[in-house]
Design a protein. Structure first.
Length: 291
């Protein structure tokens, strides 16, 4: 159910407030461009600076707009287990298809703490859970062995792996089994991730290039890695440019260049420097998305 290109949706703003009309238009655009699912209110959706009420509104509006045409994996992570439970339950109540739950950041739990946290979230609702392992941000790394223990639970169904370590895919196939859903969380290595056994990517760049990334993922799933590599080569300068500064800032600027949404972000993030804007523009042109 969860495979292919899954954009980590941005949350559009207008004058500091949620821009829900643009959000709904983006959902329609992504579905029309071939995206295989939608992931609202992750870090790319600026979850750290959304209020709890805004977080819930965005999830609910995306679920309504998608209307069952593609799966919606709702961001539901917190470093407070009770708060994460509330977000998972809300996602279930409004009809999301799964919850994306990041390893608790800042607290630095042990592997035993990770097991307890994710077990509590598994037990609090009937919603499938995808683990989000991103040690570069959360400063805690879930080991393949811990993930293997969690994979024994019926509703822990997969991982968004943003370690950048392609060997992890094989390690996790060993501990979690070949049916455990492994999704890349890093655009630049998504092609190689699939070759190791991954089945898709929760992508930042897909916010601005959904059709190309959907085609790349479809080629990988069909075993046509040569075609997929051609698309990856076309997009690589854009991937690099978008992540020169925080990725959501880069991709919102890229989207603004294509008139998809405003480049407005919330503090403590600020707009791109002129030098990075030029890199993003060059990446868009290299991908054939901007004249």
């Amino acid at each position: 159910m969860f495979k292919g290109s899954l954009p980590a949706l941005v949350t559009p703003f207008r004058n500091g407030e949620l821009d829900l009309e643009t959000l709904k238009k983006l959902v329609e655009w992504h579905i029309g461009e071939g995206s295989n699912g939608l992931v609202p209110v992750g870090t790319t959706g600026e979850s750290p600076t959304l209020t709890h009420g805004e977080h819930e509104i965005v999830v609910e509006e995306v679920v309504k707009a998608a209307a069952g045409r593609v799966p919606v994996i709702a961001g539901a992570g917190s470093n407070n287990t009770v708060e994460a439970m509330r977000l998972v339950r809300h996602a279930e109540e409004v009809g999301a298809d799964a919850a994306l739950v990041v390893t608790p950041y800042y607290n630095k739990p042990t592997q035993s703490g990770l097991l307890a946290h994710f077990t509590a979230l598994h037990d609090c609702a009937e919603l499938p859970i995808i683990i989000y392992n991103i040690p570069g941000r959360s400063v805690v790394d879930m080991s393949p062995e811990t993930m293997g223990e969690l994979a024994k639970l019926p509703r822990i169904v997969g991982v968004k792996d943003a370690t950048g370590d392609l060997a992890r895919v094989s390690d996790q196939r060993m501990t979690c089994g070949p049916d455990f859903v492994q999704l890349s969380g890093e655009d630049a290595t998504a092609h190689g991730f699939n070759a190791q056994g991954g089945v898709g990517c929760i992508s930042v760049t897909a916010n601005v290039a959904p059709k190309l990334l959907s085609e790349m993922q479809a080629a990988c799933l069909a075993g046509d890695y040569a075609t997929a590599l051609g698309i990856q080569d076309r997009l690589m300068p854009l991937h690099k440019a978008i992540f020169t500064e925080p990725g959501l800032v880069g991709v919102k600027y890229a989207m603004s260049q294509l008139r998809l949404c405003s480049d407005e972000v919330r503090l403590p993030l600020v707009g791109l420097s002129d030098a990075t804007r030029a890199l993003v523009d060059d990446g868009l042109r290299h991908a054939g998305l901007l004249n």
